[in-house]
Design a binder for this molecule. Structure first.
Ligand code: PLP
Length: 419
């Protein structure tokens, strides 16, 4: 008898990954729930790895998208001027940039996060005429070669098959357990002409390392980094692909630190609907591109412009930010209780806003907890260098009742695994 998974397992490459932890064939999704083809509901604390901040098939966004398609509006347009793109740019300027006093030009790279990162790296190198980009331990910036060169994970790096160069890793905040003053090594290498560190073009950083295990950079650390970059003429790139669009509270995750990066990468939840869409924001003086110098076929995703514009409605007041911070506190309190009940196997509660998790001494515990949660109807993934962190990324629109339900499932799952 053919099993429902057969075609995936026989035809799809071995590279497939998320599906291995969730043996179900998914069919439908609304809000914070996805449903498999038998109609079984799962509460989604994965949200497309941070792509569905406004939930699945958000009705406000869906209505705009369906109307746009039904009226034969343009879908594909490379970087031609379109009405949908004009509406997006105007709304992005009015709702996001101007109220924050941010002066950025907008570059449309290819549609994925890694495309936004490649554009940022290339531009920083072109503008400064330097090659080296400094990244941080446990960083994740994407799977194309430039982005992989500034990514920490050795398994992912090995997949490149060639040396990954022109980059230099430095310790992320608290990597050395508070034993060493921040940036001691970095400053020393920069100040010593014999250190072997070429003058960097840029530093690329995540304010919270999503894939790297929910490591949080303190606001003071980010301010110190911004100051170091300024003093040394190094461009500061914030990769807000996963933590931007409100995941930690404010629209940009760096707002709390009060820094203004030179370049910002956005993607994932930008379209709000799960449609591929990315942006690279750059300070106007950095805009030294020649026309077409960084190109790509999929840089005019008009359906994504439409849903992204509709999603910005969530950001016209402070409600979204406040609710996310409050929901983050709800999660933190529940995870703290779980940690207190299992000190030893649980090594900590990590993260910020609606990107939080629990780290375990044994990586196998984290994957077993995710498997137990799946059995109980909850989707979550692991992160961290050894996949030792259970990571919660619910949609920002998840209700407090749904959060409580999911957090109860996590508590039950941890109890069941650590009997
Ligand atoms: N940057 C960060 C911080 C990410 O978390 C990711 C993906 O998880 C990427 C870049 C790459 O994005 P994509 O998978 O869309 O290429």
């Amino acid at each position: 008898m053919r099993r429902p998974m057969d075609i995936f397992e026989s035809l799809e490459s071995e590279v497939r990954s998320y599906c291995r932890g969730w043996p179900a064939v998914f069919q439908k999704a609304t809000g914070s729930h996805v449903y498999d083809e038998d109609g079984r509901a799962f509460l989604d604390f994965f949200a497309g790895a941070g792509t569905l901040n406004y939930g699945h098939n958000n009705p406000q966004l869906k209505e705009k998208l369906l109307t746009y398609l039904a009226d034969d509006n343009i879908v594909h347009s490379l970087d031609m001027y379109t009405v949908a793109k004009r509406n997006f740019l105007k709304t992005f300027q009015e709702v996001i940039l101007e109220p924050r006093g941010l002066d950025y030009k907008v570059q449309f790279p290819g549609p994925a996060g890694t495309n936004a990162v490649e554009a940022a790296l290339k531009l920083a190198r072109k503008y400064t005429g330097r090659e080296t980009v400094v990244s941080f331990t446990n960083a994740f910036h994407g799977m194309s070669l430039g982005a992989l060169a500034v990514t920490g994970n050795s398994m992912k790096r090995n997949g490149a098959g060639i040396p990954l160069g022109h980059s230099m890793p430095m310790p992320f905040d608290n990597y050395l357990d508070g034993q060493t003053p921040d940036f001691l090594l970095f400053e020393r290498l920069l100040d010593d002409s014999g250190s072997g560190l070429d003058e960097p073009a840029a530093v690329i950083v995540e304010t919270v390392q999503g894939e790297g295990g929910l490591n949080v950079a303190a606001p003071e650390w980010l301010r110190g980094l911004a100051d170091l970059c300024k003093r040394h003429g190094i461009l500061l790139i914030v990769d807000d692909v996963q933590m931007g669009c409100g995941r930690t509270g404010p629209f940009f995750s760096f707002e709390e630190a009060g820094i203004v990066p030179d370049i910002v990468c956005l993607s994932k939840s930008l379209s709000g609907y799960g449609l591929p869409f990315a942006l690279t924001l750059l300070k106007p003086e950095l805009d030294v591109w020649e026309p077409g110098e960084h190109n790509g076929t999929f840089r005019g995703p008009n359906p994504a412009f439409v849903t992204a514009t509709a999603a910005l409605d969530f950001w016209t007041g402070e409600g979204m930010e406040k609710q996310t911070i409050a929901k983050g506190e709800q999660i933190e309190a529940a995870l703290d209780r779980i940690a207190a009940g299992h000190s030893g196997p649980v090594t900590g509660v990590r993260g910020r806003g609606l990107a939080q998790g629990i780290s375990f001494a044994e990586p196998e515990t984290a994957s077993a907890v995710c498997a137990a949660a799946f059995e109980r109807g909850l989707l979550m993934e692991t992160s961290g260098p050894e996949s030792e962190v259970v990571k919660l990324l619910p949609p920002l629109t998840t209700t407090t009742d749904e959060l409580a339900e999911g957090l109860d499932i996590i508590a039950d799952s941890v109890d069941a695994v650590l009997v």
